[in-house]
Write a protein that binds this ligand. Structure first.
Ligand code: ADP
Ligand code: 2DT
Ligand code: MG
Length: 212
């Protein structure tokens, strides 16, 4: 059986990184072969350029940084596909949905959601995107903003709006939305249920890996 492609998305402090790790551990303990990834992958030369930009150590034109984020996924795309075909499930902390909404949130006159999506076309498409939904008030309880580029209220508000736009577009069937405001264990239980359901569906229906 092929591996599955499972993605976590959501706003800053929704609990993506925490729940991503927990899901990877749970699936491994059940005997699945699992590769844990995150985007941006700051370890590659392209990822280092993205890291410098997010930390305010370099400037990039809006389209240029958008294409670097996309290239950072494309440089991993062949190995994602190969692993899935070889039976390894891949769990990713952020993917092209973040790529689209963060760039479109800048209100650049050209770089809207539609423009933003084009360079992503052809990437492996997730079997499920688990969207961790948090209110601004609950996010604030989890600490303030860090120092990175997009960690400010205006950007987060736009990102929230655009994520909801994406979830009622052609991408809507990709998403399972989970209330991320509960305790760590409550959220984890819901995540597990959604992930199991997605895995079972792919296996039961013999669904092939799709592409964006
Ligand atoms: P993200 O990757 O979405 O930005 P993190 O997983 O890094 O979020 O979590 C952000 C902060 O909130 C961390 O300090 C984490 O321990 C805490 N946190 C995550 N999930 C919960 C939760 N369900 N309840 C309370 N605190 C949480
Ligand atoms: P982390 O805090 O999760 O490391 O994210 N971002 C992310 C984009 O603007 N485009 C993308 O394609 C991706 C994957 C979201 C760092 C920041 O990078 C943003 C937050
Ligand atoms: Mg994180």
């Amino acid at each position: 059986m092929r591996g599955k492609l499972i993605v976590f998305e959501g706003l800053d402090r929704a609990g993506k990184s925490t729940q991503c790790e927990r899901l990877v551990e749970s699936l491994r303990s059940e005997g699945h072969r699992v590769r844990h990834m995150r985007f941006p992958d700051r370890s590659t030369p392209i990822g280092q350029m993205i890291n410098d930009y997010l930390k305010g150590q370099s400037e990039q034109e809006d389209h240029v940084i958008h294409l670097l984020f996309s290239a950072n996924r494309w440089e991993a795309a062949t190995s994602i596909r190969a692993d899935i075909e070889a039976g390894t499930t891949i769990v990713i902390d952020r993917y092209y949905y973040s790529g689209c909404v963060y760039s479109a949130a800048k209100n650049n006159p050209i770089l809207n959601l539609e423009w933003a999506r084009h360079p992503e076309e052809g990437l492996p498409r997730p079997d499920i995107c688990i969207f961790l939904d948090i209110s601004p008030a609950d996010a604030a309880k989890r600490g303030g903003f860090g120092g990175e580029k997009y960690e400010n209220q205006q950007m987060q508000d736009r990102v929230r709006q655009l994520f909801s736009q994406l979830q009622s577009s052609s991408e809507k069937d990709d998403f399972a939305t989970i209330d991320a405001g509960g305790s760590l264990d409550e959220v984890q239980l819901n995540v597990l249920q959604v992930a199991w359901r997605a895995i079972e569906r792919v296996d039961a229906e013999g669904l092939p890996l799709r592409f964006v």
